[in-house]
Design a protein around this ligand. Structure first.
Ligand SMILES: Nc1nc2c(ncn2[C@@H]2O[C@H](COP(=O)(O)OP(=O)(O)OP(=O)(O)O)[C@@H](O)[C@H]2O)c(=O)[nH]1
Length: 328
């Protein structure tokens, strides 16, 4: 088994495939995606690799709904990370659509990183995904054991062995098995080093300095949704969707004091959920507004006036028309 620890000094090489490292001067560019069950740490890892927040994260499963691309720039390579929703057994139409997005992504990328949290035993969710992965023969697969800061050396070693065995059992050849911690920034750069040789040779696909190609309106909506998800429980997280209707610079402002007006709607599925989202005397919604506005201002680099409304889109997760309207 080829496991990458901080002391590994082997050259970055892709498990004997045709992707071996080329001489200096060659440039590589391509797409990699992280897969794994909900909450495995895919979005956090994407952000750590890119060095800036491009994907929202939360401790609620199924946070990620959009395919966010983070772009890692290196002198010798450009690595475009596609962050997909967690694959899971679908229960709703939204669930089915999300799984379709995942599979389509897998077929298009140059490498797949399978994320398995170090602090949880391999379970049916991991197996479900690994079995699907086994069916995708051509794409190199890297097993990434995430959240290594949460476990001791013994538990980590056991997890690495379990991942290796899972691969053998299902006929998957891991190009690498890499333990990382995105929050403690352990081995994150090494992971990028190992992914780069798996990319095809070619020129950069995005201008230098671009960190994502997600439209600003979508990123803004995601930041609002992230703030709204904090502290909500049970079914509600899945019921929340945010759509930014309009982003316009306020007229009649002096050039040195611009203000961006953002109008956004936060959708829930049932009237009964309104109270939870808005909170007593509107306090929760106000907090969501303040928190997300700060993040949006940091993202866009301009002062923002955020006009946020809560609306009911009845059972939108099961309604094709509503799903389309909400961007799915
Ligand atoms: N301690 C620790 N926590 C982590 C690490 N990476 C992610 N987390 C936490 O794990 C939770 C889930 O992380 P995400 O990055 O949102 O997970 P995800 O796989 O993108 O989740 P979905 O969007 O639901 O598919 C968050 O609370 C993160 O802060 C890590 O390296 N160490």
């Amino acid at each position: 088994m080829s496991v990458r620890t901080p002391s590994s000094e082997q050259p970055a090489e892709a498990g004997g495939t045709s992707h071996a490292v080329k001489a200096v001067g060659d440039h590589r560019a391509g797409f990699a995606c992280f897969v794994g069950r909900p909450n495995a740490g895919k979005s956090t890892l994407t952000n750590a690799l890119v060095g800036q927040k491009v994907a929202i994260t939360s401790n609620r499963p199924q946070t990620t709904r959009h395919t966010v691309r983070g772009i890692v720039h290196r002198p010798e390579a450009q690595l475009i990370l596609v962050d997909t929703p967690g694959l899971h057994k679908p229960r709703t139409l939204l669930g089915e659509r999300l799984n379709d997005v995942v599979r389509t992504t897998w077929a298009e990328v140059d490498a797949i990183g399978f994320c398995i949290p170090a602090d949880q035993k391999l379970g049916p969710g991991d197996r479900f995904i690994a079995k699907e992965l086994a069916g995708i023969k051509k794409t190199p697969k890297v097993a990434i054991v995430t959240k290594t800061d949460l476990v001791d050396g013994k538990a980590l070693a056991e997890q690495l062995i379990a991942v290796d065995l899972l691969g053998k059992e299902l006929g998957i050849t891991w190009a690498e098995i890499v333990p990382v911690s995105a929050t403690a920034n352990q081995q994150v750069d090494l992971l990028a080093d190992l992914l780069v040789p798996l990319m095809p040779e070619g020129p950069a696909l995005y201008p230098e300095g671009d960190l994502t190609d997600e439209p600003e309106m979508v990123m803004v909506a995601e930041l609002i949704r992230e703030a709204a998800l904090e502290g909500v429980r049970d079914e509600l997280p899945h019921s929340i969707a945010v759509v930014v209707e309009e982003m316009l610079p306020r007229e009649d402002r002096p050039a040195d004091r611009p203000l961006l007006d953002i109008h956004a709607n936060l959708y829930i599925e049932r009237t009964s959920q309104k109270g939870i989202v808005i909170g007593p005397k509107g306090k929760r919604l106000k907090d969501v507004g303040i928190k997300s506005r700060q993040q949006i201002e940091a993202l866009l680099g301009t002062p923002v006036f955020l006009d946020l409304h809560v609306k009911v889109a009845k059972d939108w997760q099961r309604d094709p028309k509503q799903l389309r309207k909400l961007g799915f």
